[in-house]
Design a protein around this ligand. Structure first.
Ligand code: UT7
Length: 326
């Protein structure tokens, strides 16, 4: 059976690092509060003028190099983001040109922080059907550009980065075994950005009302997120005949260390088999699972034959998982 296999993975982040101490000077918060409630110690934040595609291109270049490929080898691009360079054209479209790809199809996936597993799942379908030989999947964000740095509930969490994976067909049993995607729009107002769309087009009033920033009901998101993580992790394992004991490494969306710990505990996964880098990256939305996977692979935490469980959740609500035999 043909599976889509990751043959190259890359990541990139802005050079500038914002620590919790730096944030203490911006909003009423403390390093102690942020670490205790979220596990975040520092995060990468883009400079003025830097945009999402800048980091997406860097991550994609690294993934291509590691796969020993050139941009002309890419047959399709799917990019998850919530902080696109512009409303349109898509960021995937900008990446296609800036990378130097052929005139291949490209599309953005707006699934908030689940854009990682959504883009990976969409990419893998094109490989499995034989439609395309190589698909470039990307998760990229500059969430700092839609973050209200007067809102301490969000600005201590959201951050910037990009990750990319090149998919190719594999017949040796390795690759993406299954993916599982969900959404439930009843939760839309737990995490959203009201301004700039067709409901509230940009006006002086929407700017004055700070409607062009992400709004979040943090503690409500927390509760729903843990339920969704647990639900989709258990479901994808069960329907493929596995249990958590079979999982070599769980790589969850890096939203908050407490959410990750609570979900891991409920599914019975010891933290030694859970990958986290939220302490150094914060919540990088659709990029986070790619960035975590890249770090896990490049630091030797992932070995050939390992079973990886990826899971993400985000605004919408959207959530989903992927099971990979490395
Ligand atoms: O990709 C999905 C994105 N979103 C998430 O994953 C977010 C999920 N939620 C969370 O991570 C947590 O809910 C937060 C980290 C946002 C907040 O932690 P919490 O333990 O749920 O705190 P809370 O919202 O219940 O607030 C507790 C207190 C409040 O003060 P009062 O009302 O008790 O006086 C907040 O005003 O903490 C206050 N607070 C802060 N204090 C210091 C909220 N943010 C801060 C802050 N520094 N940055």
């Amino acid at each position: 059976m043909t599976r889509a296999r990751i043959i190259g993975i890359g990541a990139a982040a802005p050079k500038r690092i914002l620590t919790n101490k730096d944030l203490e000077k911006i909003v009423e918060t403390s390093d102690e509060w942020i670490v205790q409630r979220s596990g975040v110690r520092e995060r990468h934040i883009a400079e003025e003028g830097e945009a999402t595609s800048d980091f997406a291109v860097k991550a994609a270049q690294q993934a291509l190099e590691r796969a020993n490929l050139v941009p002309e080898d890419v047959d399709f691009i799917v990019l998850g983001t919530t902080s696109a360079d512009m409303v349109f054209p898509t960021t995937a479209n900008l990446v296609q040109h800036r990378l130097g790809c052929r005139r291949v199809g490209s599309v953005d996936v707006f699934a908030a922080c689940s854009g990682s597993v959504y883009s990976l799942s969409i990419g893998s379908q094109f490989i499995q059907t034989g439609k395309y030989r190589r698909v470039l999947c990307i998760g990229a964000e500059t969430l700092s550009k839609i973050t209200d740095f007067t809102d301490r509930g969000t600005c201590v969490l959201l951050a910037d980065a990009a990750g990319a994976a090149i998919l190719e067909a594999s017949d040796d049993g390795s690759g993406i075994i299954d993916t599982d995607l969900y959404s439930d729009g009843q939760y839309w107002d737990l995490l959203y950005m009201p301004g700039g769309g067709s409901r509230h087009p940009a006006t002086h009033e929407t700017v004055d009302a700070r409607m062009h920033y992400a709004k979040m009901k943090g503690s409500e998101v927390f509760k729903v997120a843990v339920r969704m993580f647990v639900d989709c992790a258990e479901r994808i394992l069960a329907r493929n005949g596995f249990t958590t004991a079979d999982v070599s490494l769980f790589i969850p969306h890096q939203a908050n260390l407490r959410i990750i710990e609570a979900a891991a505990k409920r599914v019975g996964m010891p933290m030694e088999r859970v990958f986290t880098n939220v302490d150094r990256y914060g919540n990088t939305g659709a990029a986070s699972v790619y960035v975590a996977l890249e770090e896990a692979v490049s630091t030797g935490r992932v070995k050939k034959g390992d079973l990886l469980l990826l899971a993400a959740f985000g605004g919408g609500f959207t959530w989903g998982s992927a099971l990979i035999r490395w």
